[in-house]
Design a protein around this ligand. Structure first.
Ligand code: FE2
Ligand code: FE2
Length: 303
């Protein structure tokens, strides 16, 4: 069992996202903005809407990533001060969660750099609910309950961005555009996060007691409520800041909303936690085929 976790990060130092590797000068050229308008909004000439949409979505994602990273560090510290278990003995779990946490900080760093350079503006997300979201993970339950709840919520967003990465690659197979490369490098890390999440769903969640599972679901529900509040607040703020309703006639925004609802239902809706491809409705599979040319979210390689 632990071999499977150890294997995930063997090449983490070779394939990863770091903001210094990005060719920032090309992130907001005319051709790039035209490509983004067509592939995200679904029509040409929507550059302003595209920039506002990306600023909101990626700032929000960066906020979630900072939260994931912070909670993972808390879990690490709590595991270090708990008695040994089959999972926590030795360096494997510690290493896996450390890699995960470090990568998420660099994702937040990269995405915030990106939206600031793309827009030429620096708009702070005024109400990021960080303290409220951290508070949910400050209880005295086992750190494994926190880890399970965290992965079950982070996984939904990680699955959504995987779909977007695949869409960009189908439209830009040679990765000529900046955004495709950004999602590609991000995806190198995400592939490992997805596999780590799957490990947690396969081995950690089933090991929890009934009371711990109830607690896990409570944390998941509270986290999702705060994430929804964060999303609504960010949408309102950025619509005002950029003076454009970027959700109107926006193909990606529509798809993203449908996928989010469906992924939450599949992943979090049962007693245990399910992998997203284990319960998708056929209509969503068709939507995925249309949007990213594949009926599944994660390739079998990730399992
Ligand atoms: Fe990430
Ligand atoms: Fe991730």
């Amino acid at each position: 069992m632990m071999d499977r976790l150890a294997e995930i990060n063997l090449e983490a130092h070779m394939h990863y996202l770091h903001p210094n590797r990005m060719p920032w000068d090309s992130c907001a050229t005319e051709q790039e903005l035209d490509f983004l308008s067509r592939s995200l909004i679904g029509s040409p000439g929507q550059e302003e809407k595209t920039i506002a949409y990306l600023y909101k979505e990626l700032a929000q994602l960066a906020e979630l990533e900072m939260h994931v990273s912070s909670v993972l560090v808390r879990v690490l510290a709590e595991i270090q001060s708990s008695p040994d278990s089959r999972l926590s003995r030795g360096e494997i779990l510690y290493h896996a969660l450390s890699c995960f946490a470090a990568e998420e900080v660099q994702h937040a760093n990269t995405f915030y750099q990106y939206v600031r350079r793309l827009s030429g503006r620096d708009v702070k997300l005024l109400n990021n609910l960080f303290h409220e979201r951290m508070e949910l993970f400050q209880g005295d339950e086992s750190p494994l309950v926190k880890l399970a709840a965290l992965c079950a919520t982070a996984y939904v967003g990680e699955s959504i961005i995987t779909v977007f990465e695949r869409r960009m690659k189908t439209l830009d197979a040679d990765r000529r555009f900046f955004f495709t490369n950004l999602l590609h490098y991000h995806g190198l890390d995400e592939a490992r996060h997805i596999r780590s999440d799957h490990f947690v769903f396969d081995y950690v969640v089933p090991s929890l007691t009934q009371a711990e599972l109830r607690r896990m679901h409570q944390i998941i529900e509270d986290t999702e409520n705060l994430n929804t509040q964060l999303a609504l607040g960010a949408a309102k703020q950025f619509k005002e800041e950029f003076n454009v309703d970027f959700t109107e006639e926006n193909h990606s925004a529509r798809v993203q909303l449908m996928l989010t609802q469906e992924f939450r239902r599949v992943v979090q809706g049962g007693d245990l936690i399910r992998k997203v491809d284990d319960g998708l409705n056929p209509s969503i599979q068709m939507l995925l085929c249309d949007f990213s040319r594949a009926p599944t979210v994660h390739s079998s390689l990730y399992i």
